[in-house]
Design a protein. Structure first.
Length: 70
């Protein structure tokens, strides 16, 4: 079973842990719903910055990702 720890990336600060043992993640716009192994849900606003499957870590940024304009 793969469970992850979710961290929030702050501006210039160290990542802050939001949740442990996360089994499910759902994204709807800028709302991310995390569900842990016990079924407890937590909603946070932000954007997925990175998912590291080796370290079982999910990083959420508070600002939308920058897009390149062509």
């Amino acid at each position: 079973m793969c469970l992850s720890t979710v961290y929030e990336l702050g501006a210039g600060a160290s990542p802050r842990m939001l949740a442990e043992y996360v089994r499910d993640l759902r994204v709807s716009g800028d709302v991310i719903t995390l569900t842990d192994i016990m079924g407890k849900e937590m909603q946070v606003r932000g954007y997925l910055e990175r998912v590291d499957l080796v370290k079982n870590a999910i990083l959420i940024a508070g600002q939308p990702p920058k897009t390149a304009h062509t």
